[in-house]
Design a protein around this ligand. Sequence first.
Ligand code: H79
Length: 581
Amino acid sequence: MTQIKSNTTMGAMWGEASSRGQPAARGSWFSRARYAMFIHWGLYSHLAGVWRGQSYFGNGEWIRRNAHISREDYAAIAGEFNPTDFSARAWTQLALDAGMKYIVITAKHHDGFAMFKSHASAFNIVDASPFGRDICAELAQACRDAGLRLGFYYSQTQDWHEPDAYGTDSSKPPTLEAFQRYLDTKARPQVRELLTHYGEVALIWFDTPGPMSREGSQALQDEIRALQPNCLINSRIGNGLGDYVTLGDQEVPSTGHDGLWETVDTHNDTWGYIAHDTNWKSAREIASRLVRVVARGGNYMLNIGPDGLGRVPGVSSDTLRQVGRWLRTHGEAIYDTQPTAALDLPWGDLTRRGDDLYLHLLEQPREGRVILPGRFDHVGEAHQLGVGPVACRVTPQYLELTLPRTADPAMVPVVKLRASMVHSAQERMALPGMACRLESSRAQLVGCRVVTRHWMEKFGDWKYRECIVDMAPTSSSATWTMTRLGEGLCSVDIEYSAHPDEAGHTIWQLDINERTTPFPLFPTGNYLTREYEMGFERLIFRSYRIGLFHLGAGPHQLTLTRLTGSHRVDLHALTLNPVVA
Ligand code: H79
């Protein structure tokens, strides 16, 4: 397992994600649970991404900043917030149906509005809205009844309602004294309220720790430990504290990390409800992202954004229930499982519990043939969950499974296999007829490194690509090795992003075994986003076909070098795609 990599901007946004060593006993339920519901709900949900007739895109909970809504105008929305369709029981039932094991709700987001009764600030749902009900209390009761754990999201640095906290204008930070005053009079007292009035709290989920001092983060953590020693804390408390690491928003990593960690994801491109955001992920995409995260040892927390009346969008609840139906027959391959060292298998991902391996088939295997590279002992029964027995052949290099034909294949078919893996093949195995991706994180590098590039297009809709960067002409190289089972013709494609160069393009070279092919890489059209006054670099990746190669059975070595230019080119992956005549 590799350590968390974080570059400077990510550190500033999400906090340094230092490794946390051995997880404490309080975290044992967390690693068993694996799948959770995140809920973003607040005054912004009532606006639904629209202000004075204009539509806003990306993170709906940021509308006060993006639409330049004044403090007074935004506070007045509390007077209209009357979510009469809210039913804590409907939400907990949805979480149960979806197969989710715990819920985290925005007790207070950056807008500063508390969704619970607070004595530290009257800007809360009970005192400031006609609704007047403490939704955190109702949800806590419904969770207890349903056997779900409940955690609270609390924005500890940004509070756009309080002049003493970090506001909507990041160029105007508060003074140290003012920020301390806000921490002492609102943030800490409210966290204390959350840990005193709602029974057992599973976790407190902090966000955007950037300006927190070490002492400030420590004081918050001490407060939580004193009140509820079993309550987990995420890494966004800041300064390397907390019990588990939260990766970047919507970041599904390509490698695993030490200790407890999670991916938090949105169903569309927002967290808080936006009526016109219909960019929903399908049930299959969600199940695939869940599998990818769990197979790398993390938890997956997926967000719903109920509307201003408290209704969960229909597409969202339908999709979650579809994944839940898959989990009813396939949950044993997700909950309480461990990752394995075998990643980037040609057909998908692997999880493990004891001597049982679970093969999650994210790609349709060709002719029902699945190859699991590695050397195995004691290969026992294999069967496809919800289907039946699977034929299994053992060779010194790999296992070959042949799936039964099914009329109605599962969203993500899973094969359960009792086998102890003596040695998992670290090298990439390419199967004839299936694409083979060579990820940047799996290359052997000389004179260059791998970083996670991230960008957004709308606002807060983060995308990530691990890339090989800093390749210098002739002196740096990236090398992959892989073994092909069978010969065949394939194209080698490179996925990359490049800034413009004076010469227009740069020249590179691919060596496959003894054969050398030079090729050009052209600029991809990266630009600075201007949406909502942000100068964020939007990276564009494209795939370029280096050429067609006939590759025989056996081991192969692919080496990339750069021949010209020194400006930025980010290399994400090489893909070998079978060419079918
Ligand atoms: O609650 C969801 C988001 O609202 C929250 N995290 C998830 C779970 C989140 N808050 N902040 N961010 C995510 C990071 C946003 C950073 C930026 Fe900006 C917003 C970078 C550019 C726009 C603020 C304004 C910081 C720089 C300029």
